[in-house]
Design a protein around this ligand. Structure first.
Ligand SMILES: [Fe+2]
Length: 482
């Protein structure tokens, strides 16, 4: 296997080839007895490394879970058994090249491999894994992590490439999704009900093929993204993928009632930027009695020249090389006036992968727990170097980092049993301890991240760096699985 010349296949990034279950793990500190549920994280773990240039986003999806119950834990990992992985296992080699290479022209059904490696959510009793470029959604059993198949979908959705960052409204158990692709109208939005059936689907016409990464929901509305970073159209016509930031174009946001028709979509414009991840969104009524949709998130810190003009080529390079430099930001979409108000919340601390108390998704939140991002030491090898806690009410931020060799992961909020207020719980995440050369699970008090982990669970095998995670509380597991 060719790994020596690829930074994101070495060290803490290197794939693992065993599927394990571990109990009786060593613990530093004490696992809180009121922390019950499941932490599960998705990420790239190539079974076969493809020919050509490898990108961190290319690897086959692998789930890593930690089940917490009564102060005990169990770790487990398993590949997402996608159609593409099955094909490659059958062939005994890689059959697709990565996103840095041209797509397969002989496979119009899957020109780029759907690895299902990006995101994971819990819906209708299953873990649902998703891929950021859009495709079939896969389901896994939450306890065994065995892939049970694809999410049953309506024939109207079947041809649509459903993106990562579909969102589950825990209060209604609806699964809200967007799909995007290279064919007009370029985006769709829909809702799958608690029973798994399609309740709503509308086209969302974009000016061309775009690269939206996330969406946001409020109690009554959904917000969809059209940022001016997308594929160079000439290159795309020639069958190549080449990003381009269009600083002359605005950012655009579609605000639609959750079950709104195409006619009810309201488009709002804002300053050009690009953003992967939303922190939260909610509805507010301002002093004039007007309803505003508020959305927070972590867009790029845009490179600018001495006159303040955006350096589009540098922004493009920042995205291409995974040079992660972000700010924390707020947009307000005024439904009465059609105007957008936007502001920087924080441009001092570089953070991404924002997390809120998921029960409060869609409602006004005070806290956002984001991953602290460090400057890359090696090109294309992003560093997740700590965790933070933003308090939007006081305008303060806490940060924690265990040392220069520690590497963190998106750490979802895990409410303690019978939680009472927004930050009444924990953050749970994998950590690569480079000093001891081992993976650990760190549990933080969500109300005081700055004090460091309240307990550390030591893992006998490494967990490669990865992408998105979710927490499924015990009541949710029991409600849907018994
Ligand atoms: Fe993402």
């Amino acid at each position: 296997m060719r790994t020596n010349d690829v930074p994101v296949l070495q060290g803490g990034y290197a794939p693992v080839y065993e599927e394990n279950v571990f109990d009786d793990l060593k613990v530093i500190g004490e696992i809180p007895s009121d922390l019950n549920g499941m932490y599960v994280r998705n990420g790239p773990n190539p079974r076969f490394v493809e020919e050509g240039r490898y990108h961190w986003f290319d690897g086959d999806g692998m789930l890593h879970s930690v089940l917490f119950e009564g102060g005990k834990v169990q770790y487990r990992n398993r590949w997402v058994m996608t159609d593409s992985l099955k094909e490659e296992l059958g062939a005994g080699r890689s059959l697709w090249r990565g996103i840095k290479e041209p797509p397969r022209r002989d496979r119009p059904d899957m020109p780029i491999k759907n690895t299902s490696n990006t995101d994971v959510k819990f819906h209708n009793g299953k873990l649902v894994t998703m891929w950021y470029l859009g495709g079939d959604l896969y389901e896994s059993d939450p306890y065994s992590l065995e892939t049970t198949g694809k999410k049953p979908i309506d024939s109207r959705i079947a041809p649509l490439p459903v993106s990562a960052h579909s969102r589950v409204d825990e209060r209604t158990n609806e699964f809200l999704f967007f799909a995007y692709g290279k064919e007009a109208p370029y985006m769709h939005y829909g809702v799958i009900g608690a029973d798994g059936s399609l309740k709503h689907l509308i086209p969302v016409a974009l000016p061309g093929p775009r690269l939206p990464h996330d969406m946001a929901i409020t109690e009554h509305y959904t917000i969809l993204h059209d940022f001016p970073l997308f594929h160079d159209q000439d290159a795309l016509a020639a069958g190549r993928h080449k990003l381009k930031f269009h600083s002359e174009l605005p950012s655009r946001f579609a605000v639609a009632p959750r079950y709104g028709s195409v006619d009810q979509i309201r488009w709002f414009e804002a300053k050009p930027t690009y953003m992967y991840h939303v922190s939260n969104a909610w509805e507010e009524v301002n002093a004039r009695g007007e309803t505003e949709i508020v959305m927070t998130g972590t867009p790029f810190r845009l490179s600018r020249d001495r006159d303040g003009n955006i350096e589009a080529d540098k922004v493009t390079r920042q995205a291409t090389n995974l040079e992660h430099d972000f700010i924390f930001y707020e947009w307000r979409f005024n439904l009465a006036t059609g105007q957008t108000y936007e502001r920087v919340i924080d441009d001092i601390v570089n953070t991404e992968f924002p997390i809120v108390n998921s029960w409060m998704q869609g409602y006004k939140t005070r806290y956002s727990w984001n991953v602290l991002m460090g400057r890359n030491r090696v090109p294309e090898q992003p560093r997740f170097c700590g965790l933070t806690r933003f308090d939007l009410q006081t305008g303060t931020v806490q940060a924690y980092n265990g040392g220069v060799d520690f590497w963190y992961s998106e750490a979802p909020f895990a409410p303690r049993d019978n939680w009472k207020h927004e930050d009444d719980g924990y953050l749970v995440g994998f950590v690569w301890n480079g000093t001891e050369q081992r993976s650990e699970v760190h549990v933080f008090d969500a109300s005081n991240v700055g004090q460091g982990p309240v307990c550390r669970i030591l893992l006998p095998k490494r967990v490669p760096h990865g992408f998105h995670a979710t927490w499924v509380s015990k009541p949710r597991l029991l409600a849907e699985l018994g």
